[in-house]
Design a protein around this ligand. Structure first.
Ligand code: GFB
Length: 306
């Protein structure tokens, strides 16, 4: 029986893949196995014996988490990736797709970001540990393909958001953190304070879209080098805040705290490769995606990751 194993199933994209309700799937969360431990990783692969793997497990955070936990993110992500790809190889996994992020690209990179430039310079300092660890996913996948013919590929989504994200106020990504902040500001009748000038631009992709693209890539993409998964449309943090405020119904003051970090100003991506394969794929609009995320947040508030 063909079986697809999803690592990191408890996270944002893992949750979106689970919600697709596909047959013959196996889901692994951090409670099931410590993937920073090679023996534990090998053991769990030997029990499940997957044919294919979607490898999402990682230690991730937003701008805040990345700046504070640079060493921890480097160490844990390097170990998880080395262990998962090696356990998959030893276990005879036929296809594996793993995930990077556009923050792995060099800080001084030509725009739009193109898959061929990943290793051409140091990443933005705010992502130092995470970005270098994640870049090694591509190195390991290409090296395994060259020596052992492993069909291991790497996908690069831009900024993802959606239900089941980490809504932590300090470590979370911008959309979940701001949804949480806005919810609290409305509840407590205070100002909504966000980081920076609100001018930076991001390409926000809804988690359900990435889940569908992950399944597509697993079945259809076998190029040696990575593929960016995005629509290529940038939205300013200010415009994102505007959508969040409307969806939550917040009517108070919005304040920009410019003593807080701005991060990279923009990181627009080149979607030519994806569009060559999937010219008609329709991405969820930011209006609809944030609306669904806010609905999920409000109805699950007591038990969400925060
Ligand atoms: O999602 P985010 O933290 O990550 O967004 P990055 C940061 C942008 O949102 C900055 C602004 O311009 C911040 O100034 N912002 C405003 C806020 N208010 C807030 C807030 O309350 N929380 C946060 N977090 N930001 C991440 C990388 O970078 O991109 C990760 O650090 C990952 O490694 C991810 O790759 C995709 O887009 O800056």
């Amino acid at each position: 029986m063909p079986k697809i194993l999803v690592t990191g199933a408890g996270g944002l994209i893992g949750h979106a893949i689970t919600s697709l309700g596909l047959p013959e799937m196996a889901y692994l969360t951090r409670k099931d196995a410590d993937l920073t431990d090679f023996t534990a990783t090998k053991d769990v692969f030997n029990v499940i014996k997957p044919d294919k793997v979607i490898h999402l497990a990682a230690q991730v955070g937003g701008l805040g988490g990345n700046m504070i936990h640079s060493g921890e993110y480097f160490c844990n992500n390097i170990m998880i990736n080395i262990n998962v790809l090696e356990a998959a190889r030893l276990c005879g996994v036929k296809k594996l797709v793993s995930f990077m992020s556009t923050c792995v690209f060099p800080e001084a990179c030509q725009y739009p970001l193109n898959e061929k430039d990943i290793h051409n310079g140091p990443p933005h300092p705010s992502n130092f540990g995470y970005a270098y660890a994640k870049r090694m996913l591509e190195v390991q996948s290409v090296a395994y393909r060259k020596e052992w013919g492993c069909d291991y590929i790497v996908a690069i989504p831009t900024n993802a958001y959606g239900p089941n994200d980490n809504f932590n106020l300090e470590d979370g990504h911008v959309i979940p953190s701001l949804i949480h902040k806005c919810y609290l500001a409305m509840k407590n009748n205070t100002d909504l304070v966000l980081w920076g000038s609100g001018k930076p631009l991001r390409e926000m992709v809804y988690s359900k879209d990435i889940a569908e693209l992950a399944i597509w890539a697993l079945e259809n993409y076998s190029e040696e080098y990575s593929i960016i998964l995005s629509h290529g449309i940038e939205t300013s943090i200010m415009d994102i805040v505007d959508v969040i405020v409307r969806k939550i119904g917040f009517e108070g003051r919005v304040i920009f705290d410019t003593t807080k970090p701005e991060g990279q100003f923009r990181k627009p991506s080149d979607t030519t490769k994806l569009r060559k394969y999937l010219p008609k794929f329709e991405f969820t609009s930011i209006e609809k995606g944030i609306e669904e995320t806010v609905k999920w947040f409000v109805s699950n508030y007591p038990k969400i990751r925060k």
